[in-house]
Design a protein around this ligand. Structure first.
Ligand SMILES: C[S@@+](CC[C@H](N)C(=O)[O-])C[C@H]1O[C@@H](n2cnc3c(N)ncnc32)[C@H](O)[C@@H]1O
Length: 245
C-alpha cells in the first residue's frame, strides 16, 4: 500500500523540527537497542502529538527507555516500561544493567509481566492521558495483533510504534493489511536524512556494520525498521498548520 503523503509529512516534519534536541541527548548505544533514527521518530512524534504517557514493551538493556527518559526529562511525561522474566529474549544481565542505568530517571517506571496482558490494562488505566505505545517485544504477529487490539479499543492512544518490521518479514504485509495510517522508517526520504544517526548503533559489531547503512540502503532493506501507526480517526487535518507551516 503506498504511504499517504500527509502521514509522510507529519513524520518527516516532526523529525526535522526535533532533530537538534534529539542529537543533544544521544548517548552510547546498547546492544539490541532500537536504532537512533527510529528513536528520533518516536521522540519527535511523542513531543509534537502532546503525548503524556508512553507505555513501552521490551526494555532489555534499556537503550530505548533511557533515550525517552533523557529526551523527556523536562516534561511531565510518564514512561512506563515493561519486560518479562519469562519472555523468549529475556536476559538477566541486561535487566540488571537497565535497572541500574535507569535508576536516576524519576520519569521512568519499570514493570514486569507479559505485555500481552499488562499493556491493555495499563492503557485502560491511563484513560485521561494521551498515550503512545511502543512494542519491541513481543514481536511479529503477536505485536501486530496486540497493537490492533489496543488501537481498536482505546481512543486515548494517539500513536503506536512497532519495531522489527523490515521489508523481508511476513509481518510487514500483515501490518500493511491491518492498518490504514502507517509509516515505515525505511522510507527512502527518511533514511536519506536520518540514517547517519545510526552509524554508532552498528559500530559494536563488525558483521552488523557490514550489512548495515550503505549496504542495506542499496539492497532496499533496512534492518530492523520501525512501523508507526496513527489511529484511523487521527486528526491529520487539525495538524495542518504544524505539518505545512
Ligand atoms: C530487543 S529487546 C528490547 C530492546 C529495547 N527496546 C532497547 O531499545 O534497548 C526485546 C525485549 O522484549 C522482551 N519481551 C519479549 N516478549 C515480551 C512480552 N510478551 N512482554 C514483555 N516483554 C517482552 C524481552 O524480554 C526482551 O528484553
Amino acid at each position: 500500500m503506498p504511504q499517504k503523503p500527509y502521514i509522510d509529512q507529519l513524520v518527516m516534519s516532526a523529525a526535522a523540527r526535533q532533530l537538534d534536541k534529539f542529537r543533544s541527548i544521544l548517548c552510547k548505544y546498547e546492544e539490541r537497542g532500537i536504532l537512533n533514527s527510529e528513536m528520533l521518530a518516536i521522540c519527535s512524534l511523542c513531543e509534537e502529538l502532546g503525548v503524556s504517557a508512553i507505555v513501552e514493551s521490551g526494555r532489555a538493556r534499556g537503550y530505548s527507555t533511557g533515550i525517552l527518559a533523557k529526551y523527556f526529562k523536562d516534561r511531565p511525561l510518564r514512561i512506563i516500561s515493561i519486560d518479562w522474566e519469562k519472555a523468549k529474549w529475556f536476559i538477566g544481565a541486561d535487566d540488571k544493567f537497565a535497572k541500574e542505568s535507569l535508576a536516576p530517571y524519576k520519569n521512568v517506571e519499570l514493570l514486569y509481566g507479559n505485555s500481552v496482558k499488562l499493556m491493555p490494562a495499563l492503557v485502560k488505566k491511563l484513560k485521561n492521558e494521551r498515550v503512545a505505545i511502543l512494542m519491541d517485544g513481543p514481536k511479529g504477529k503477536e505485536a501486530v495483533d496486540l497493537a490492533k487490539k489496543i488501537l481498536d479499543k482505546y481512543k486515548n492512544v494517539v500513536v503506536a510504534f512497532v519495531h522489527d518490521m523490515d521489508k523481508r518479514t511476513p509481518h510487514r504485509a500483515q501490518m500493511e493489511e491491518t492498518f490504514n495510517n502507517i509509516f515505515f522508517t525505511d522510507s527512502g526520504e527518511y533514511l536519506k536524512l536520518h540514517s547517519e544517526l545510526d552509524a554508532d548503533c552498528f559500530k559494536h559489531d563488525e558483521a552488523e556494520a557490514a550489512k548495515s547503512l550503505a549496504g542495506q540502503i542499496e539492497r532496499e532493506i533496512y534492518e530492523p525498521t520501525l512501523a508507526i501507526v496513527f489511529p484511523d480517526d487521527h486528526k491529520f487535518e487539525a495538524q495542518k498548520n504544524r505539518i505545512f507551516p
